[in-house]
Design a protein around this ligand. Structure first.
Ligand SMILES: Cc1cc(-c2ccco2)c2oc(N)nc2c1
Length: 158
């Protein structure tokens, strides 16, 4: 996979006991879907710095402690670029979520996550995140709605 084209992205989920903060994407990639906060990692920053930056930019929340919870590789049929998505979560953060041009934030109860308005892969890996179990996953998409193939496994490595 090393010689494949890779695009590194981040996804951050803000948690409270029994609740999770999701954002409704208002434009661009994944528009109209609820998701975590994140995006591209710039050249001059680490993945962790990119994750923290996107969280502030997209909903105004500062998370000093971000826990790495998952690594997902996404491929689209007939597309050479692999999306390498680093998933983080935090229970310790500063600020209240605010709506931005990118995202409309809303709290959801862990048992009431709107999977039918989210990326189709989420229902496979959210249970690991909600139970604080580190995971790695791979999804092969056909278009934006169809999963052709996937695997997911619990990972113990830091
Ligand atoms: C193909 C794909 C991409 C993303 C993404 C975009 C930016 C960060 O992650 C996803 O996020 C979720 N939950 N499923 C996703 C599928």
């Amino acid at each position: 996979m090393s010689e494949r084209l890779r695009k590194i992205l981040t996804l951050v989920f803000v948690r409270e006991p029994g609740k999770i903060l999701l954002g409704l994407k208002k434009r661009g990639f994944g528009c109209g879907l609820w998701n975590g906060f994140g995006g591209k990692v710039e050249k001059n920053e680490t993945i962790l710095q990119g994750a923290k930056r996107e969280l502030v930019e997209e909903c105004g929340i500062q998370a000093d402690v971000l826990e790495r919870i998952g690594l997902i590789n996404f491929e689209f049929e007939n597309d050479p670029v692999i999306l390498e998505v680093h998933v983080f979560q935090t229970f310790h953060y500063i600020g209240d979520p605010v709506e931005t041009e990118e995202m409309k934030p809303e709290w959801y109860k862990d048992g009431e996550i709107p999977f039918n308005q989210m990326w189709p892969d989420d229902k496979y890996w959210f249970p690991y995140m909600l139970q604080k179990r580190k995971f790695e996953a791979y999804f092969l998409f056909k278009g934006m709605d169809t999963i052709l193939d996937y695997w997911i496994k619990e990972s113990l490595n830091d």
